[in-house]
Design a protein around this ligand. Sequence first.
Ligand SMILES: [Zn+2]
Length: 276
Amino acid sequence: MSDAAALPGQPRGLVVSGPATERAVNVLAPNPSAMTLDGTNTWLLSEPGSGLAVVVDPGPLDDGHLRHVIDTAEKLGKRIALTLLTHGHPDHAEGAGRFAELTGTAVRALDPALRLGDEGLGAGDVVTVGGLELRVVPTPGHTSDSLSFHLPADRAVLTGDTILGRGTTMVAHPDGRLGDYLDSLRRLRSLTVDDGVHTVLPGHGPVLEDAQGAVEFYLAHRASRLAQVETAVEAGYRTAAEVVAHVYADVDRSLWPAAELSVRAQLEYLREHGLV
Ligand SMILES: [Zn+2]
């Protein structure tokens, strides 16, 4: 979901299809909404000089979009050799089966139900295609199957819905858990501090050029929301819906159903830690 606060390192509010780093091109899907911001970013990745490309998140089941991704690769002289998924939400993964059919590629994901082909995807995996190297970073929390992909050659990380290019994301309780999400943000922070990652290629919204600033903002935002929820519970707001109406009063009502899932995740976290 999208809060009003601007993110550190956000150069401008517009998202355009096209090159983002030396190895990453965004093909924006035509599915804008309050939840998906400008639409889903379908990432086309390729090593310079190589004829092979990897696609991360084909997006919704929209034939026009899927063909546009393939056309974009062809215009760059690339053949799509592999499809990866950051997680199973339909705005990222629904088109994967059809895309695999159109491209003849395998689909690799953490969730076995989303895979097409023999290979899974998980912690410690390094995916190499035509000289391009992607390191798989497990980042559960938004969902239990969320992965990020570290692209060391561009000092970039593809974050799916774990970090968005604008506003903040939701913890999709009960599948998504807040404790996992905070651990994932800390894992991403260590990529920025220890591995020199400075660019976030998000699943929605614009590219962020201050990855560490974005992660710190997300951690601070989660801490302040958690404190607000804790205070609301202490003040007598009991149900998730009551807490949302109180704590998320500043957020557009169309996002309240998503906020309620995040609040459920926060209530669970507070209870597990003996804080309420
Ligand atoms: Zn999602």
